[in-house]
Write a new protein. Sequence first.
Length: 464
Amino acid sequence: MSGSPVVAVVGGGASGALAAVHLLREARARSLTLEVVLIDRYGRHALGQAYSTADPHHLLNTSADKMSALHDDPAHLLTWARGNGLDLAGSDFLPRGDYGRYLRDVLADAEDVPARVVRRVTATATGLTRPAGGHGVRVELAGGEWIDADAAVLALGNRAPAAWPQIVDADTPRYVADPWAPDALAGICDGTPVLVIGTGLTMVDIAVTVTRARPDAVVYAVSRHGLLPRRHPDPLPVPVPTPIQDGPLPLAGLLRAVRLAVRDNGGDWAGVVDGLRSHAPGLWTRLSPADQRRFLNLAARFWEVHRHRIPPVTAARIAELRDGGRLRVLRGQVIRSTAAPGGLHVHVGVDGAVQVLDVGWLVNATGPGSDIGRDPFLARLIEAGDARPDRLRLGLDAGRGGAVLDAEGRSDGRVVTLGPLLRGTLYETTAIPEIRAQAAAIAPRLIETIAAPVSVSLTAEPEF
Ligand SMILES: Cc1cc2nc3c(=O)[nH]c(=O)nc-3n(C[C@H](O)[C@H](O)[C@H](O)COP(=O)(O)OP(=O)(O)OC[C@H]3O[C@@H](n4cnc5c(N)ncnc54)[C@H](O)[C@@H]3O)c2cc1C
């Protein structure tokens, strides 16, 4: 495809794949040729972290009617399912592996060979540079190769969980530092007890997999609050509005408004949280940085358990495991661990006392790491001044359409981002409904930018 414009997409998960889909659709609408180079470290193109699971009991936590990959075609997933022999109702929760298959099909269907194609590259991107005097980008790959492109989309997804050097050395055998790495959980189904740090959705996945593989296995799960994701009500709730004052929004005022809305909704959180969800980015940007930090420290966990609910069938399985003593949830914190024959001794502080658990495996499921400086690719980009972290360092600072802002707060619109890297800027940005809307918004701007003879410098408020 020599002569065609090229867009390099770093990160091949749902965000990268949906960005590619919308870029190809936009190019087709304008009768332009385009090559999208989709670069994924693990070759999990269109699947990424969430949809590469092979366990059929790992379900979506969102009902099928909300999971279309295409912003302008809400029934697209249901139509695909019918065409693929799946008996799927809008209120069903599809296995995530099947959803991955769907995303792969959506990506393949967006291609229009030879005019508009995706080149799938399996490699780690180590850096992105802006060649002097040019209007393009160069993505450097581990191994010394590179890809020259007219623009780039940064879709690196979530960071691996934070390291806990005071608790365990990352190289300790039988310690799983990143439960989302390929085959990370392959070894832990050996029947020995598993201790999971974290009680969120990843813990739920692990408990489901380990206990199905070995009927005798016990899973411990520990977190500061001991809070587990709530169950989706059946039927699914109707979203209800929360009246919120205009103008500056102190966190205390926001929390008060939410509590009142829950009270007025008969104590039902689910409808209130669902009603707030699409307003979350706007509310987030109205909080002061200090209140954003306070929210993360004090309230985020409570938001998350109501916001990321699990399907009824998964909730029933978790309840059964807890009743049978096979999933033991502890409210406390892991203090330290020492290697032992065939596993680890782990010291856990619970209610002021220390319990020592002898386990075969220790898994870090504390959620995405919160400092983007730990990612070598992003650290290099920031060090070169071609990007800057958001105020909370959860991701990148971005302007309109996800335009990545440089150290001075400028952008020529040729490097954009979407998905989890916008967490500090938008907060609610990691699920498919947000990602597909962002992908649809990015595409026309990026195509326009690379089709224009000269680049313009812009700064703008974050907005999609
Ligand atoms: C377990 C789980 C269940 C979920 N369930 C739902 C759900 O039911 N409904 C919903 O709406 N959302 C759900 N989500 C949220 C959401 O859909 C995902 O987080 C989303 O898939 C994010 O996609 P992503 O592409 O941004 O990130 P990722 O999936 O993390 O993909 C990023 C990819 O980039 C690669 N990468 C990173 N750095 C580099 C580099 N330097 N070079 C090359 N490649 C790199 C990574 O290896 C990875 O494959 C779920 C998330 C998880 C984790």
